[in-house]
Design a protein around this ligand. Structure first.
Ligand code: ARG
Length: 584
């Protein structure tokens, strides 16, 4: 759009810009020409078909008239009506070559920085203190981090909010359990990451032991009252868990740091005022002693209105009140205008209600928008929730270790000449890359099956396939030497004679529009799928078109395409949070 600067040459948009006035003249009103890549021509528009119904005229006649009026001469080698009324466009080599040269000279590969940066807050990862991170947190971390990377690269101000579960009634029993174990031993257990056994042991005592239950309740009261010793123990629990989570983030190679922890506890002082304000606004209803808001449009299966409980009967505030306070803080104090909540689909209703209440209270003004970036579950090979062989929930750290071990083994087998240190480095990049890519390459709304063999396969829509394509190009350049490329951008002559060259060029030009689209939809499988198409187009090109054995301008031009392919793969994978080793 007009708000973007420095777009080199987006062919799709150029063609659309030429067709738009022609369509408008024919229709007597603005029409989106819907120019898309097509299997039947370089680009195709099907807008005449939709327009035919409205104008009551045959679509082919409309398409022909549009073509008569459109000035396409410099861009297209052919423009014709086909089938029931499609417009097929074949781009002229000159225009195509110029577009590629534009990309070569653009360090941003055709993706402009936004002219008007937004403050975007991304709520992601958000594990719970003294509990193991589960695969849901893994998905949130992976998707949230790709979101942060892509929006940063586009030029937005990004706030990473790790909404850690660090408050609530369970802390009574957790602190009591810590005291029972002895501070030192208990803290040690948490540091090594044995979070689930710690939590389960506390829970078991709580369920079985009346005395422990009573102590736990008193401990919650002490925590809320700010009792010094209790708060110190609480900090200990939180700190050890944070340390453990940071270790997982390091392994996972995500951009989250200790500065991004913005746990639920931060909002405790705001909960009272938030509920009071809801009361003043006349939004509160009493339901059985609990303070509730009934957001319009929130109804259960039988049509009965559903409440968001903001203060429980016992006077305590819970998860919904905390999210309301956080949202108010994020728009009001942090100035966020786009709020992204990367949380599993089971919490969809919760966020719908929180957003509706926030809007009603004026905390989500018309200039800001909140989105639940939901995602499905990770399943085991049996189609059920992912479990370890022992039947317990999989521990994330173990899962990542296994990914790295498997990929290191793969790297050694593939390339026995690799030194141990490099094999380990490649194993890390490939193993972690494979886990992330398997997640990001599936439509996030869907569940996906966690399958080692598939995600580590060297062919298919996988990280190793893309990383391998990248490494292959790098090795080509090691052999070609430094002087393989044209001296200046102006000297580039883009080879387009072979259909495989043209196909690769279109894939490379398609990178920028996909990135811009994913910024809006946060559907990373579109980006992954496009990168896979780039790598596949490269393989086909590389099979048909000799590079190092070609000569003169053809060799130079093909090396340019190789170089551009490597840059697109590297940049695209970087946006997904995946590394590209120089050799594999
Ligand atoms: N800690 C929560 C959980 O594990 C996720 C928090 C998501 N973010 C939020 N603002 N509610 O389910």
């Amino acid at each position: 759009g007009p708000s973007e600067i420095g777009v080199p040459m987006d062919l799709e948009k150029l063609l659309a810009d030429r067709l738009t006035p022609a369509f408008a003249a024919v229709a007597g009103a603005p029409v989106d020409p819907t120019v898309r890549r097509s299997a039947h021509a370089d680009y195709q528009s099907d807008a005449a078909l939709a327009l035919a119904r409205r104008l009551g005229r045959p679509p082919r006649a409309i398409a022909a008239e549009v073509l008569d009026r459109a000035a396409l001469g410099d861009l297209c080698a052919a423009a014709e009506v086909s089938g029931p009324g499609f417009i097929n466009l074949t781009v002229a080599d000159r225009a195509l070559g110029a577009a590629v040269v534009g990309l070569v000279g653009d360090p941003r590969l055709g993706v402009p920085r936004v002219a008007e940066p937004e403050t975007v807050l991304i709520d992601y990862s958000a594990p719970n203190v003294a509990k193991e991170m589960h695969v849901g947190h893994l998905r949130s971390t992976i998707i949230g981090d790709a979101t942060a990377r892509l929006l940063r690269w586009r030029g937005h101000r990004v706030i990473r909010a790790n909404h850690l579960g660090d408050w609530g009634t369970p802390f009574g029993m957790l602190i009591e359990h810590l005291l029972d174990l002895g501070e030192a031993d208990g803290a040690a257990e948490l540091s090594v990451g044995d979070l689930d056994s710690f939590y389960r042991a506390a829970r078991a005592k709580f369920d079985a032991d009346e005395g422990f239950r009573a102590r736990s309740r008193l401990r919650v009261v002490a925590l809320q009252a700010g009792d010094e010793r209790t708060v110190r123990l609480w900090r200990l629990l939180v700190g050890r868990s944070e340390g453990y989570f940071l270790g997982v983030y390091r392994t996972l190679d995500v951009t989250l740091t200790e500065r991004d922890f913005q746990g639920e506890s931060r909002y405790q002082p705001m909960l009272g005022p938030v509920v009071e304000e809801l009361g003043r606004l006349g939004l509160l209803r009493d339901s059985d002693g609990a303070a509730c808001v009934f957001p319009p449009g929130s109804v259960g299966r039988d049509g009965e209105p559903l409440p968001l409980i903001v203060r429980k009967r016992d006077g305590g505030y819970g998860y919904p009140a905390t999210d309301l306070a956080a949202l108010r803080y994020r728009t009001g104090e942090l100035g966020a205008t786009r709020l992204l909540y990367v949380v599993g689909l089971p919490q969809r209703r919760h966020f719908e209600m929180v957003f509706a209440v926030a809007a009603a209270a004026g905390w989500l003004p018309a200039t800001a928008r909140a989105e639940h970036v939901g995602f499905g579950s990770v399943l085991g090979a049996d189609g059920r929730m992912l479990r370890s062989r022992a039947g317990t929930p999989v521990k994330l750290a173990d899962l990542l270790d296994e990914a790295v071990a498997r990929a290191t083994e793969l790297a050694r087998r593939k390339n026995p000449g690799l030194e141990a240190a490099e094999a380990a480095e490649v194993g890390r990049a490939v193993g972690i890359g494979a886990v992330k890519y398997a997640d990001l390459a599936t439509d996030r709304h869907r569940d996906y099956v966690f399958d080692w063999d598939r995600m580590l396969s060297l062919d298919g829509n996988t990280a190793p396939y893309l990383q391998y394509a990248y490494a292959r190009i790098r090795s080509l350049f090691r052999r070609a030497g430094e002087d393989g490329l044209p001296a200046t951008v102006e000297a580039v002559r883009v080879p387009l004679a072979d259909p495989a060259e043209r196909a690769l060029v279109f894939a490379l030009l398609g990178f920028a529009p996909v990135v811009v689209e994913v910024e809006r939809t946060l559907e990373f499988h579109q980006l992954a799928g496009h990168l896979h198409r780039v790598a596949a187009a490269f393989s086909a090109f590389y099979e048909r078109c000799p590079v190092l054995r070609a000569e003169g301008a053809v060799r130079e031009g093909r090396l340019v395409l190789c170089g551009l392919t490597a840059r697109v793969l590297r940049q695209g994978l970087d946006l997904l949070g995946i590394r590209t080793p120089e050799r594999m």
